[in-house]
Structure formats: C-alpha cells, structure tokens
Design a binder for this molecule. Structure first.
Ligand SMILES: *[C@@H]1O[C@H](CO)[C@@H](O)[C@H](O)[C@H]1NC(C)=O
Ligand SMILES: *[C@@H]1O[C@H](CO)[C@@H](O)[C@H](O)[C@H]1NC(C)=O
Length: 399
C-alpha cells in the first residue's frame, strides 16, 4: 500500500513502535530547531541586541526612525550588479542594523550611449574622474524611481555605505536637530525629520553651513563623532561652531561632497532630476548637488540639512587599491595600483558595523576605529544619553 491511512495498516507491531519512536524524535528535533535560533538570536545575535535596545529606548520624537526604512518611505541601494562582493557586504550590513534595501543597478560609463550624456558634459577623460558619468547616471536612475513611484521620502545609499552600530540612535538625535532648525519641534510633521527640507545629506565627505549661520544644532558630547583629524573631509564647518572635539552639528547646508547616503523628498528628487538631467550639467553629481543647496549658486534650490561629521560613512574591503571604487575601476586607472594591497578600512564612522562584522556576529561589542579614542567599545546602549540643543546667541557670540 503506497499511502497508508494509519500506522496499523502500514506495519507489523515491532515496526509500529519503531515508527512511533521515529515520529517522536522528529517532533522533538523540530521543537528544538524551532527554539534554538530564537534563543541564539537573543543571547548572541547582534540583531537581537539592536532590536531590544531600540525598542526600550524612548525615541525623542518618533519611533519611526527606528523602523526598517529608518523613517523614510523606502531605502534604495545603488550598486553595479557585477560587484557581487559589495552586494554581499551591503546585505550583511543592512541585516545587522535591520534595514530593508531595494537595489538600483549601478551604471558603467562605457554602457552609456553618447546621446544620453548630460548636456554640456566634457567627455575629455581628464575633465572628470573616469567613471563619474556612470555614477551620475545611477543616481539619476534612483531619483527617477523615487519620482515614478511618487514616494514622499526615500533614502538613497551607495553600495559601500557603512554605519555606526548606533545608527538608529544617531538618526533619532539627528531628527531632533533637523526639526529644531526647521522650528518643527512642537508640531507633528509627516516625516519624522520634519517637513521643511528637500535633502538630508546623511553620508558625505564634507558639508558646511554658511559662515554667518546662526541656526545651528549641537550635540557637544557625541562619542560616535569621528574627529576631523581622523577623517580629513573636503569641507569642514568653521572652527568657531565646535565646542569640543566630539561635537556633532546639524545645520542648513550650502556645500557637500561625496554621496554615501542622502534622504530626499519627492519635490527634491524632481528638482535634482530636472536640474541634473534636463539642463546644462558640467559637474560631477555630488558637486552639483552641493551647489543646489546654495541659493547664491543655483536657481533650482534644495533645502539641505546635514550633520557634521557625517553619520553614514563608506567601507572599503581589503584588496588592491583599484578594486575599491567603481568610479576608478571602470576606467583607465584599472589595474594601475594592483601591487598596492590595502587592509579593510572605513571612512566616517567610529564603531563601524562593517569592520566589526565578525565581533558582532560573535556577540561582542563593536570596537572603535581609532586606538586613541577614550571609549574603545560601544553598542547602542553606550550612546543613549546624548543630548543636543540649538546653539543660543551667547554660544554663537562666544564662538
Ligand atoms: C518607517 O517610517 C516611515 C515614516 O513614518 C514610513 O513612511 C515607512 O513606511 C515606515 N517603514 C516601515 C517599514 O514601516
Ligand atoms: C550671511 O551672509 C550671506 C551672504 O553670504 C547673506 O546673504 C545673509 O543675509 C547673511 N546672513 C546673516 C544672518 O547675516
């Protein structure tokens, strides 16, 4: 009989006991397997640690910045499909901080037909870093998606983005700062970051306010703030704004460079797409984006808000120098520096998820990137007591 309806039809008595025993052990094993990953998750899994602390922490304004899209409607990650190594790392990193990524395919400059180049783009390879037009196009594709789906807000990240283990607490603080400088502390805006912005430049290699800016939010003691001496960004706010080496500022921004990550609204995405795809465009994507933050430079203006130092950084895995950036890989520079092997490194984050991947998966705390840092180990709980405020007149005068 192929399909027995009961054990007695199927077997003789001794075999029946054996079958019952087999079923019993199957049930036992299934029960154990069902419980085992959950126990392991709670005891050792970093994801469990992150969830527990995130949930028990009273958010400053909105619990949404702790959700799997960080308080934005969607998160897009830009990456070349051929760089499977970066996809692996990005997926792992996102899983550690519980982030839902939607992939947007990166674009190689060589895949772009000449008619699709920006109007006014200097095709002389010496005029732009090789590969920059591909990078520009990938960002246009991401923005085009935001516009097509009419998303009210989105976060766009590059595939080598790196995060501090306390990213969600940092964003909670940042949302506090962003809303303070938009004067939206006591309202209930649609976005947890406030409603009077077009661009939140969360991952950069330099961003500045105007030198005479008076609307500045400061977190004076932020142990996750990478000091300038360890990062060397291209743009650094005037020294007078910093009260301590660990100050993190949030301000209306007028310049920025490098787009590891940025939040954008629908109106912001429309403006960037219009300015950078339909009009004369002879600068790299990030450089033009920075100028769009400044009404003295551009008429198609964005209301930009940035933290300084950056919150989201960039990870470079170990390997020959030419492998790290696709802007360079996709170019004549390819293969030139292959003798030079570089260790894994991270730019812009103190307690890097990427550099600490193994430690975190083994249930250990994240280590600071720099040996001279006073707090060598951290998890989300270590930064729970950060406090920030709008700088008042006396603070600004004194500085
Ligand atoms: C996270 O919060 C934002 C802002 O409220 C919301 O638009 C988004 O849908 C939320 N994400 C998830 C996965 O619930
Ligand atoms: C700051 O300087 C700019 C010119 O760079 C000027 O337009 C603006 O009014 C000044 N703001 C304040 C508050 O003085």
């Amino acid at each position: 009989m192929l399909f027995p309806t009961s054990l007695s039809q199927w077997t003789s008595p001794p075999l029946r006991w054996a079958a019952l025993a087999a079923i019993a052990s199957l049930v036992l094993i299934t029960t154990l397997l069902w419980q085992w990953p959950r126990d392991d998750h709670n005891t050792y899994g970093f994801a469990g640690v992150s969830k527990a602390s995130g949930a028990s922490q009273a958010p400053l304004y909105s619990a949404d910045v702790y959700n799997t899209t960080l308080g934005f409607e969607k998160v897009f990650a830009i990456g070349l499909p051929s760089r499977t190594d970066k996809h692996d790392a990005a997926a792992l990193g996102a899983s550690m901080i519980e982030l839902d990524l939607n992939w947007i395919d990166g674009v190689k400059s060589s895949d772009l037909t000449p008619q699709a180049f920006p109007i006014g783009w200097n095709k002389d390879p010496n005029a732009h870093q090789p590969g920059m037009v591909g990078s520009w196009r990938a960002h246009m594709n991401a923005l085009q998606t935001v516009v097509s789906l009419r998303l009210s807000t989105a976060l766009i990240i590059e595939d080598d983005a790196d995060y501090d283990v306390s990213l969600k607490v940092q964003l909670d603080q940042f949302s506090h700062g962003a809303r303070a400088i938009q004067h939206q502390e006591s309202t209930t805006p649609h976005s947890p970051y406030g409603d009077h912005w077009d661009l939140l430049w969360l991952g950069h290699h330099g961003a500045i306010p105007r030198e005479n800016e008076t609307n500045i939010y400061i977190i004076p003691e932020d142990i996750t703030a990478v000091p300038v001496r360890h990062n060397k960004p291209w743009h650094v706010p005037a020294e007078k704004f910093f009260q301590t080496e660990t100050s993190r500022l949030v301000f209306p921004q007028v310049r920025g460079v490098a787009t590891y990550a940025y939040g954008v609204t629908l109106a912001g995405a429309q403006r960037i797409l219009a300015r950078q795809s339909m009009e004369h465009m002879d600068q790299n994507f990030d450089e033009k984006l920075g100028r769009m933050c400044d009404p003295e430079e551009e008429t198609m203006v964005l209301r930009c808000i940035a933290p300084f130092p950056t919150i989201i950084g960039a990870f470079k895995r170990q390997g020959p120098k030419s492998w790290t950036s696709d802007n360079w890989f996709d170019s004549k520079a390819q293969g030139k520096n292959d003798q030079e092997w570089e260790p894994a490194r991270s730019v812009g984050v103190m307690y890097s998820v990427m550099l600490n991947m193994k430690r975190l998966l083994l249930g250990e705390k994240a280590k600071a990137q720099f040996d001279d840092w006073p707090v060598q180990e951290s998890d989300m709980n270590a930064v729970r007591a950060l406090h920030g405020h709008l700088m008042d007149e006396s603070e600004l005068k004194h500085t």
